[in-house]
Design a protein around this ligand. Structure first.
Ligand SMILES: Nc1ncnc2c1ncn2[C@@H]1O[C@H](COP(=O)(O)OP(=O)(O)OP(=O)(O)O)[C@@H](O)[C@H]1O
Ligand SMILES: [Mg+2]
Length: 415
C-alpha cells in the first residue's frame, strides 16, 4: 500500500481555501482604541485644568472638519483611535493662535532615507515574528514620533498579514515580497517601480503608520531564482544579493522611515538579501539553552555574509548595528545564564534588555491573531493584566532604545 499524497495535497489545498473564506475577505480586523489617558500624557497635562481645554479643542476640531472623534467605551471613558489621535495632533498644531500646550506635541519624526532592520535567526520558533509585530507597533507608538513603518514579510510562511490586518489575501491578485522580486507579478509598463509598489503592493495595516507587503508559500520560488542567478558566474553573481534591495527597498526608501523585515529560520540567499539591505540586524532569541546554542552558532554565519559584502560589493554600506534580543525570559537561573552567554559573545552593549516570558502572546494570538497592543488596556486583556502591562512596557522600552540607536547612527554616522 502506498500513501495517496496527491489526494492529500489536493484536499489540503481545498481546506486551506475554505479556511481563508471564513475570514471574510475585505473585512479588516478590529482597530485598537487608545485610551484618552495617552492623549493627556502626551499633552503633558495629566489631571489638571488643561484637560477640559483639550477636550474643547477636540470638539472644535471635530466641528470644523465635520467628523466625529472618539467613542464612549463600556466604562464611560472616551476612547480615541491612534488614527484619531494623530489627526488631533496635526489639527492642534495648525490652530491659530496655537494653544499653549501645542509646543509639547511632537512633530512627526522623519528620516531622509528609510532605516532598514532585519529580524533574523537561523533557529526556528524562537520569537522572530512575534517580536517583529510587537516591536513594529511599539515603534509606531514610540513617543508619538510617528515613524512611517513598512514591514516586509520575507518569510514564505507568510504570517505577518494575520497580525497586521487579518484579511484573507487572494495571492492571485495581491503581490507578495517573493512575487515582486521574481517579477511574477509584472509591473505595468507605464508605472515606475515605486508607483507600482505603492499602488498595488503595499497594504495599509490597522495601525495608522504601519504598512506591509505580505509573504506567501510560493515565495520559495524567490530562493530558486536567486540560486540560479548566483550560479551564473563562477565566483558567484553578487547581483543575487541585491534583488530585495533593488526591487522593493530602494524604490520605497523615501516613503518610509523604518523598514522591518521578517525572515524564515533559514540561511540562504533570500535571507542574505535582507542582511545585505539591512542598516541594523536584530536577532531575537528565546533565553533557553537550545535556542541560545543555535543562536550563537548563527552569529558567525551572518558575519561571513557581511564580510563577503564588504569585500566584494563596492557600494555596500557597512551595518550600523547587530543586536541580540533575548525574548521569553522567565527570570530563571537558566535564562540568566543564557543571557550572560549572549553578552559574552556579543558584548553587553549589543544585547538588548530582555523581553519577559508571557503566556499572553499565545492567548492574544488565539484571539484572531491579535498582538498585545490590540487590547486598549490591561483590564480588557483576556489573560493576566499584569503580564499584558509588563510585556507592552518592555516592548515600548525596546522601541525607545532602538529609536535612539537609530538617531545616533543617522545623526553621527550617516547610514
Ligand atoms: N516573550 C515571549 N514569551 C512567551 N512566548 C513567546 C514570546 N515570544 C514569542 N512567544 C511564542 O513563541 C512561539 C514562536 O514564536 P514566533 O512564531 O514569533 O517565532 P519565529 O521565530 O517567528 O518562528 P519561525 O521560525 O517559524 O518563523 C509562539 O507561540 C509565540 O507565541
Ligand atoms: Mg516567524
Amino acid at each position: 500500500m502506498s500513501v495517496n499524497h496527491q489526494l492529500m495535497a489536493e484536499n489540503a489545498k481545498k481546506v486551506a481555501k475554505t479556511n481563508l473564506l471564513d475570514f471574510e475577505i475585505g473585512e479588516k480586523k478590529d482597530f485598537i482604541n487608545y485610551d484618552r489617558v495617552i492623549l493627556k500624557e502626551i499633552l503633558q497635562q495629566p489631571g489638571n485644568s488643561e484637560y477640559k481645554n483639550v477636550i474643547n479643542h477636540i470638539k472644535k476640531i471635530a466641528d470644523t472638519n465635520g467628523v466625529e472623534l472618539g467613542s464612549i467605551g463600556g466604562d464611560g471613558h472616551v476612547y480615541y483611535s491612534l488614527k484619531e489621535l494623530y489627526f488631533i495632533f496635526d489639527e492642534l498644531l495648525k490652530m491659530q493662535p496655537q494653544p499653549k500646550y501645542a509646543k509639547n506635541i511632537p512633530v512627526a519624526w522623519r528620516l531622509e532615507k528609510a532605516f532598514v532592520i532585519a529580524l533574523s535567526n537561523l533557529k526556528g520558533g524562537t520569537g522572530k515574528s512575534s517580536s517583529l509585530i510587537h516591536l513594529a507597533i511599539a515603534l509606531a507608538l514610540a513617543g508619538y514620533t510617528r515613524p512611517r513603518i513598512l514591514i516586509l514579510d520575507s518569510d514564505p510562511q507568510g504570517q505577518v498579514y494575520l497580525s497586521m490586518d487579518g484579511r484573507a489575501l487572494d495571492f492571485n491578485n495581491v503581490p507578495s515580497v517573493g512575487s515582486i522580486c521574481t517579477k511574477k507579478t509584472p509591473r505595468p509598463t507605464d508605472k515606475s517601480q515605486r508607483e507600482f509598489l505603492l499602488e498595488s503592493a503595499v497594504i495599509k495595516s490597522h495601525i495608522t503608520n504601519i504598512d506591509f507587503i505580505p509573504g506567501q508559500p510560493e515565495d520559495q520560488d524567490l530562493q530558486k531564482m536567486l540560486d540560479n542567478l548566483y550560479s551564473e558566474e563562477k565566483r558567484g553573481n553578487k547581483e543575487a544579493y541585491k534583488v530585495l534591495y533593488k526591487e522593493i527597498i530602494e524604490p520605497l526608501e523615501n516613503d518610509y522611515d523604518l523598514i522591518l523585515i521578517d525572515l524564515p529560520p533559514a540561511n540562504n540567499i533570500a535571507v542574505a538579501n535582507a542582511v545585505y539591505a539591512a542598516d541594523g540586524i536584530i536577532i531575537p532569541a528565546a533565553a533557553r539553552p537550545m535556542d541560545a546554542h543555535s543562536t550563537l552558532s548563527y552569529i558567525p554565519i551572518i558575519s561571513d555574509w557581511l564580510t563577503e559584502f564588504e569585500e566584494s560589493i563596492e557600494e555596500y554600506k557597512p551595518l550600523g548595528f547587530m543586536k541580540l534580543l533575548p525574548v521569553a525570559d522567565d527570570s530563571s537561573t537558566v535564562a540568566r545564564q543564557q543571557i550572560r552567554k549572549f553578552k559574552q559573545a556579543m558584548g553587553a552593549d549589543n544585547v538588548l534588555k530582555s523581553i519577559p516570558f508571557a503566556k499572553a502572546y499565545g492567548m492574544a494570538n488565539s484571539d484572531n491573531n491579535k498582538s498585545l497592543f490590540d487590547y486598549p488596556n490591561q483590564s480588557q486583556f483576556l489573560g493576566s493584566g499584569g503580564e499584558w502591562k509588563d510585556s507592552t512596557s518592555a516592548w515600548k522600552q525596546t522601541a525607545d532604545t532602538i529609536m535612539s540607536e537609530i538617531e545616533d547612527l543617522v545623526l553621527f554616522n550617516e547610514v
